[in-house]
Design a binder for this molecule. Structure first.
Ligand SMILES: [Zn+2]
Length: 312
């Protein structure tokens, strides 16, 4: 297997540095790629963290898996692990690259483009051709918590079966977004599953544990390594909708992500600091809450609860 300028022979583990650009201060930024190869032939799994620079849980999952020797002594195949794809966003605690560019909307990327476009190009040119399938680890938004979940492309049975093997509490079908990593990989015949867990700029131990458990499940089911794992029941969600705040004020939620709610059920309340009103938040539908807003100060119209129906 060749990654950038380095040949990784069977049975070897290597760290490959791919130069991207210098910071304005002169510091050089290299993409760190960790490669683990078994002596025995088999599939190659790609793990991506930090596609969005402030989504720390995803970075932590990939970092921990490497630190805890998940990929040492593989039974077969190989693992390519990139804990942090967007180093520029990471040091600025930002989702995007400088200039507000989202790498997940910058594919296929060009050699001479913006930083986001260059990193997209690097991933497409040097990494993707070596991968057979992948997991792209994300985290919810700013103050937006996502219950650990897998997102897969329903149009590709391999993507759906990856999500099944990943075995998160929730799995949601999600279409391929133009210029995304997942779309580019899919077009090259590489199924990917996207993990979402916790919120940006915040460590969520439960999400990290779930992301690692899912990884162990996939490694075992693909025969990469037999790893200890426990199974949970995955609920397939559909028709997800954001419930929006009917009033501005201080929000107290009685039910958060991971709860089952019925249409009309009181799931929280909004009051103003002067107690001039009390607004009850009634669930807009029957289903499960798979994401919620952790910001206590809410404006009318803000997205507060992400609810979906359970697909039977
Ligand atoms: Zn993300």
């Amino acid at each position: 297997m060749k990654i950038y300028n380095k040949e990784i022979r069977a049975g070897k583990n290597e760290k490959v540095l791919i130069p991207i650009a210098n910071l304005p201060s002169g510091t050089s930024i290299d993409l760190s790629v960790f490669v683990f190869r078994s002596k025995n032939p088999g599939p190659t799994m790609l793990l991506l963290g930090g596609v969005h620079g402030d989504e720390i849980n995803g970075i932590e999952i990939v970092r921990k898996a490497i630190a805890e020797d998940y990929f040492k002594n593989l039974s077969c195949g190989a693992v390519i692990a990139i804990p942090l794809l967007n180093e520029f966003g990471f040091i600025q605690i930002s989702r995007e690259f400088p200039g507000g560019k989202d790498i997940n909307r910058s594919f296929p990327g060009t050699k001479g483009g913006s930083l986001a476009s260059r990193v997209a190009y690097t991933l497409r040119k040097y990494i993707l051709p070596n991968a057979d399938f992948g997991i792209d680890y994300h985290t919810g938004g700013n103050m937006i918590y996502n219950y650990p979940q897998a997102r897969y492309y329903g149009g590709n049975p391999e993507s759906a079966s990856l999500a099944k093997e990943f075995n998160m509490p929730y799995a949601i079908e999600s279409s391929l977004i133009k210029k995304s990593i997942r779309k580019t990989a899919h077009d090259k015949g590489i199924p990917m599953v996207v993990f979402e867990g916790g919120e940006s700029s915040r460590i969520d131990k439960y999400s990290i544990e779930e992301g690692l458990r899912g990884l162990r499940n996939i490694m075992a089911s693909k025969g990469l390594k037999s790893m200890e794992h426990t199974a949970v029941k995955t609920q397939i969600l559909t028709n997800g909708k954001w419930q929006r705040a009917g009033r501005s004020g201080i929000m107290n939620l009685f039910h958060e992500s991971g709860s089952y709610v019925e249409k009309g059920q009181i799931v929280g309340e909004i009051q103003d600091p002067n107690n001039s009103f009390k607004h009850e938040i009634k669930s807009i539908m029957t289903g499960v809450i798979y994401g919620h807003n952790n910001n206590p100060v809410i404006n009318k119209g803000d997205a507060i609860l992400h609810i979906a129906e359970i697909k039977h």
